[in-house]
Design a protein around this ligand. Structure first.
Ligand code: EPZ
Length: 421
């Protein structure tokens, strides 16, 4: 088991380059299964979740080669259409392969993702979309089996909730369905636009991605394409939270500020100042943050749930009381207990966390329970007095590429070590 040994407090300075988005490259890898010619994805991050997605492609018999941030995908023959249970369990979001496998092979079998550290991860909206497109869907013994031997047919789909994954699966299944699909109450995240951008580059006909209503004219065949993955807005938000927590001034390179608007608004309220042009964004944080009146996580373009933990961690040292309301996942405050061990003052009641700002945090031995909660603990450790041992680095490796190297380049003291015993 590896841990980060962090010595704080530190002042960060310099530039950090943001990698390609984990939550975009995963659906893009699934989309490659629909392509009849080779695809090339560039700006792909080196993350354990990407390794798992490549293992799934391999298990399906869809060859992929990785060279640094470039992944080349050869056409899939669609013969193997079951994802091994072990790989489904390793990454809950593997459900994102469902729509592409079903559309291309006419059937798909995978195990129910079950719950994860964020609480239950239902897939009812994904399955509703597949049924609407004409598939039969059977769920038994923890397995999902979808069949559409005669192919999928365009349909009107209204999502009860703008689920990111269900929107992506619906687009992947509808892209080569016969006829038109109208998807209402679709997720509007930038990763949806990125997926539609890739599919359209391959010959799909998708209009309205990024809005609540998306129209897909099914096409017979998708070619391949060479496509660059958008920057990771959550990785960017994490570095902004680290700068805010430590009173630092840093510059993010290769970021899309438009994707970060709700996060910038919250940090601006806390006293941070921003500048920059194009894909360069600089933050200058005050020595001590002012309180953040209230952060409510919402579907995009609202405040992203994935940025809640890092920003909450920064608010533990603010002057005054900040309020967080987690509206997306049921169990997304697992990092609070560990922040309390560092001297934070936080009360959680259901979806609401009330953060009383304190003068100082002290380093402690803490445990990451999930990816973004772990990022929040890392942000707190950078600002805490003394050494923090952050266990559960494997969670962070799912979504941040060698984050310790980037933080050290900004002046932090973070060492990755294997835990004794
Ligand atoms: C995506 O998960 C992201 N993962 C998550 O990022 C992110 O937190 C989430 O979107 C919200 O932005 C990837 O893109 C790989 P949802 P996803 O479907 O698609 C409920 C990270 O840290 N729901 O929008 O699973 C669900 O229970 C990860 O990078 C249903 O009820 O999110 C949740 O409460 C964590 N039925 C809410 O919707 C369904 O069929 C949002 O889920 C599907 C979802």
């Amino acid at each position: 088991m590896e841990a980060f040994y962090v010595v704080g407090p530190c002042r960060l300075s310099g530039n950090v380059r943001i990698h390609g988005a984990k939550n975009s490259v995963l659906p893009l890898l699934a989309a490659s299964l629909l392509c009849r010619e080779s695809c090339e994805l560039t700006n792909c991050p080196d993350l354990s979740d990407v390794h798992t997605a490549l293992a799934i492609l391999q298990a399906l018999g869809a060859p992929a080669q990785r060279e640094k941030d470039r992944i080349v995908l050869s056409p899939w023959d669609g013969t193997v259409c079951e994802i091994p249970e072990e790989l489904m369990r390793r990454m809950r979001s593997s459900i994102i392969f469902l729509g592409a496998i079903l559309a291309r092979a006419g059937e798909a079998a995978l195990s129910l993702p079950g719950g994860c550290e964020l609480g239950p991860r239902p897939v009812d909206l994904h399955l509703q979309a597949m049924r609407a497109l004409g598939a039969t869907v059977r769920e038994d013994h923890g397995k999902i089996r979808c069949e559409a031997p005669g192919g999928l047919k365009g349909a009107q789909i209204v999502l009860a909730f703008p689920s990111v994954g269900a929107t992506e699966n619906a687009l992947l299944a509808a892209a080569t369905a016969s006829g038109t699909t109208v998807l209402e109450n679709a997720a509007r995240e930038p990763e949806i636009e990125d997926l539609a951008g890739f599919l359209n580059a391959c010959g799909a006909c998708i209009r309205g991605a990024g809005e609540s209503t998306i129209v897909v004219e099914g096409v017979k065949r998708l070619s391949g394409a060479s496509y660059r993955v958008i920057p990771d807005r959550i990785e960017a938000a994490t570095y902004l939270a680290a700068a805010a927590a430590t009173g630092s001034a840093i510059t993010l390179v290769d970021v899309i500020p438009r994707h970060l608007r709700p996060v910038l608004a919250v940090l601006q309220e806390a006293g941070c100042r921003f500048s920059g042009r194009g894909r360069v964004l600089s933050i200058e944080a005050p020595a001590r943050l002012s309180r953040i009146h209230s952060v409510r996580t919402m579907p995009y373009p609202g405040f992203p749930t994935d940025a809640q933990a890092p920003v909450l961690a920064a608010s533990t040292l603010a002057r005054g009381t900040s309020i967080f309301v987690e509206n997306i996942f049921e169990e997304r405050y697992k990092h609070v207990g560990e922040l309390l061990r560092m001297g934070a003052s936080i009360r959680v009641d259901g979806r609401v966390a009330v953060v009383e700002g304190v003068e100082r945090l002290s380093g402690a031995r803490v445990q990451a329970a999930d990816l973004r909660g772990g990022a929040g603990l890392l942000v707190a450790a950078l600002a805490a007095q003394g050494e923090t041992v952050l266990e559960g680095v494997c969670h962070l490796d799912r979504g941040y590429e060698h984050i310790e190297d980037a933080l050290c380049a900004l002046g932090a003291q973070v060492k990755r070590r294997v835990m004794e015993g």
